[in-house]
Design a protein around this ligand. Structure first.
Ligand code: ZN
Ligand code: MN
Length: 504
């Protein structure tokens, strides 16, 4: 039976900004690493008579995120008090932005796993302070005020998402963008990125929106997708049974049972009795500040990916591997720029000359692919599954030299692997020096190679005879024996040629 319903999904995201201090006071923004209730002061504890002072860095980071989401930036926005009573809120209200957010009307381009792009509308981005954290233990509840007052950017998408998988992809690419900008680590498990997902269904060809269900307690990207898939099925069944939800509902995701469960019904915005924050002036964004912030955005992930494909001839899949971490993308580009230098040096080309430009055009894509292979397979496997850039002691320059030695067949790839391992474990040593020290330079001299080949043919007369009889598969065995005799330093292609010549 074809599905007669359309799924409508929108997301509300809270992104913790990585500022040094909190949103309205000088307390450090470091709740995750410090003992509870050590990062507090009268302002973030909401003592009477204290005044908030806006953190400019938080504004800048929120602005960067809003620009990356292609939002309209409001030259003048304001802060409001969102009133509610809860133990994690010492003032009895949260300072947020209600009807005049920092930015709105944006869009974000997302790439699906098959390479298709689609654009998700962004409703708004506003700044607000985080609440403290309730810690529930058995009979008691504790409150850690370290998190209270930490800056957040709240991002609300338009209800443009039609597939649960797209919701996950958006969040993953949003995290990547936040990391590229350096505004947040956006780790869901650590609560740096929190997401509520709204979902409703409607009959196909209907354009109206029906009461939505808000899913809370989503602690991972996978959980977002799973919870939405669960709700999609549950609500389809309700529609089929003509019992479609009549009012807005809040449900929590139960990770163990892999299902959503009903929670309290949601308060409408009128219940928060929003009113303008009297202790803060309107937030004015000058053209100069906006321009300066724009200049600091740098290259965003998808743009970088496209450039890697265009400039280096990498496949989309390979480019994705590199851009998933900004550090790696930068490392790769460092290696490429040093490979260029090695190429010019080896060929005696003056860097600015026409000859050099031609040389680079001729070799660039081959070098790019080789460098990609060495970094993504050999280097990544040495670093292990949870590799961190800080652990890497091999400079881009030395990595480039190693790749170039392989490219020029000065060493073969098995020698290259040995050298890389040595460089990885030791200090950042020149690969050519390591090759010399370990006696790994490839034997290029034909007379030496022919000598080794002859020795092997004497040692394995039966196999040599079999080859002459037409059993050509035995050639690989003989190549292997020569490699062994040469301690892995011979060029297998060359050996094959010499063997064929000698076995005629
Ligand atoms: Zn404080
Ligand atoms: Mn909020």
């Amino acid at each position: 039976m074809p599905n007669k319903f359309e799924t409508i999904i929108g997301l509300e995201i809270h992104l913790q900004l990585k500022t040094k201090s909190k949103m309205f006071c000088a307390c450090a923004n470091d709740a995750q690493n410090q003992a509870p209730n050590t990062l507090v002061c009268p302002i973030c504890l909401g003592h009477p008579g204290t005044l908030p002072a806006l953190n400019k860095e938080a504004v800048k980071m929120g602005l960067m995120m809003a620009l990356a989401l292609n939002c309209q930036i409001r030259k003048k926005s304001k802060f409001d008090r969102k009133n509610y009573f809860y133990p994690d809120l010492p003032k009895g209200y949260q300072i947020s932005q209600f009807d005049e957010p920092l930015a709105d009307e944006g869009f974000f381009v997302i790439e699906r796993e098959n390479g298709d792009n689609w654009s998700l509308g962004i409703e708004r981005l506003h700044l607000e302070e985080d609440a403290a954290k309730n810690i529930h233990e058995k009979e008691e509840t504790f409150v850690d005020f370290n998190r209270g007052g930490v800056p957040l950017a709240e991002i609300v998408t338009k209800p443009d998402i039609r597939r649960p998988e797209d919701a996950r992809l958006f969040l993953e690419q949003l995290r990547l963008t936040a990391r590229y900008l350096g505004v947040s680590d956006a780790d869901m498990e650590k609560g740096q990125l929190r997401c509520d997902a709204n979902i409703s269904l409607r009959p196909l060809s209907d354009t109206k929106l029906y009461p939505k269900t808000e899913i809370k307690n989503l602690n991972s990207f996978k959980a977002v997708q799973r919870a939405l898939e669960f709700e999609e099925k549950r609500q389809t069944k309700l529609w089929q049974e003509k019992k479609a939800p009549k009012k807005t509902e809040t449900r929590g995701w139960d990770e163990d049972k892999k299902q959503t469960v009903a929670q309290r019904s949601k308060e409408g915005s009128s219940d928060y009795r929003y009113f303008p924050e009297p202790d803060l002036p309107p937030l004015l964004i000058s053209d100069e500040f906006l321009q300066r912030t724009k200049n600091q955005l740098g290259e965003l992930p998808l743009v970088k990916k496209e450039r890697f494909i265009r400039e280096y001839g990498l496949s989309a899949k390979d480019a994705w591997v590199l851009i998933r971490q900004k550090d790696w993308a930068n490392y790769y580009e460092g290696v490429m720029s040093d490979l260029r230098a090695w190429l010019f040096k080896a060929k005696g080309a003056y860097p600015e000359s026409d000859q050099a430009a031609k040389l680079w055009q001729e070799h660039k894509k081959k070098l790019a692919k080789l460098a990609y292979n060495w970094i993504s397979s050999e280097l990544f496997s040495l670093l292990g599954a949870h590799f961190k850039m800080e652990k890497l002691k091999i400079s881009a320059e030395n990595m480039a030299e190693l790749v170039y030695l392989v490219y020029e067949k000065k060493i073969n790839s098995s020698a290259g692997q040995i050298i890389l391992k040595e460089m990885f474990q030791g200090t950042d040593d020149d690969p050519s020096r390591v090759a010399e020290r370990l006696d790994l330079a490839q034997i290029e001299d034909d007379t030496t190679l022919e000598g080794i080949v002859m020795r092997v043919l004497v040692l394995f007369p039966d196999q040599a005879e079999q080859y002459r009889q037409g059993k050509t598969a035995v050639l690989q065995f003989l190549v292997g024996q020569v490699m062994k005799e040469s301690k892995g330093k011979a060029n297998p292609k060359k050996i094959e040629e010499i063997l064929k010549k000698k076995l005629k």
